[in-house]
Write a protein that binds this ligand. Sequence first.
Ligand code: BGC
Length: 471
Amino acid sequence: MNEAQDVQSVGIHFPPGIPDKVTAEVSRIAQMFMVDGESLRKITDHFVKELERGLSDQDSDISMNVTWATKYPTGYETGQYLTVDMGGTNLRVCNVVLTDEKGGYEITQSKFKLPKGLKTGTADELWAYIADRVADFLRDHNLDQGDEKLPLAFTFSYPITQDKIRHGVLQRWTKGFDIEGVEGHDVVAQLEAAFEERDVGVRIVALVNDTTGTLIASAYKDPEIKIGSIFGTGCNSAYMEKCGRVPKIADYKLPGDQNVAINTEYGAFDNSHKALPRCQFDLEVDRTSPRPGQQTYEKMVAGLYVGEIARLVLIHLHDTVGFLEGADLTRLRRLNSMESSCVSKMEEDGADTGSVMSETKAILSEQFGIEPTLQELRVCCLLGEIVCTRAARLYACGIAAICKKEGLKKGRVGVDGSTFEKLFRFKSRAAAALREILEWPDDEEDLVTFVQAEDGSGIGAALIAALSSEG
Ligand code: BGC
């Protein structure tokens, strides 16, 4: 059996002792989450059209942001750069020295957990927090150079409109952020104002998306890398395009064969609801999110949402067919209380048919106060498999769409993000789906493969700063 296809192709095997009404409802839900090869190909074809529309001036759900990162690194970039990465959970500050040796670098870093409340606080609190952590970092690492300001590359992984590399207007918040006063404004100017107020000795020289950083950092090590992708809290990809194929920047009169990295922002794919098979649980995830109607694709696949989808399915089964009968679901009913890693663990735990599912039992007991029977644990495991399989298969559509649009027959995709590493069988499932979509012959090895990316927001951002200072 192809392990990547599991519930998709071989159907569900319920353990004995599960009431019929529960098995019937789980089977119905499995059907809802099933996306066969034909559907994947249709979704991808629509995806390709949207990528193309995004490069033109036509309306598209996908904004295809021009990043102004216009070169691949040669390995001979040099210089010292501070980098700041404002991720969904952490803030990472690095001092990156690109050394004279080909491909060489040294890196020192500090990570800070973003305080609770910052994601929905005020703009002043956000910029002050970042500026203070950078000031701490300079002090702790003796990097303050008096009047000479250190160049800083800022990885800000949200959709932004850029007309140059050190500028970017936030189009909209994603990944559960909801901070007033930033959308529609240049985030570089806002952060620089906070640096100035505190007299922090840095100047922002590049504004970078995590996908672009991943593309450049990965290509630095491996010239076969054609796409930089993130599969973590959010989901998105970047690739190198020729300026001549980006009608919306025709006014800049750039040479047609000049490269420019495009941050697709394809998490917003299908916001107009024409292609993706959304089910009742997807609608509910969207309804309770801070930005309903946005990031439709991301909400069906990315790490921030996989746990939430599984949580809603569990509650639905309890409320409609008495699954987990008698359990107190108060804690499970809390919005976003289940992390994607938890769903993945459930599935992994049950993958061995002889397992007593002790990890899943511990998670449900400790985090939610639920004490399921072994049979119920097996159903939880099946649900994990159903939700995670769909996520991996739909994730492959975005990558396949870039390959089809670019006529890319062979290459590697550098993928970063906590969920990519942690989600059980994610990589093999995504690879199997890519094969189905791109219809490679059975006797052919995978032509486009997923590999673990290099450090995009540290090394990648520093490289982009170095490359853009070359003019
Ligand atoms: C953001 C992208 C980012 C992705 C992965 C999405 O929510 O809009 O800019 O690349 O998450 O972090």
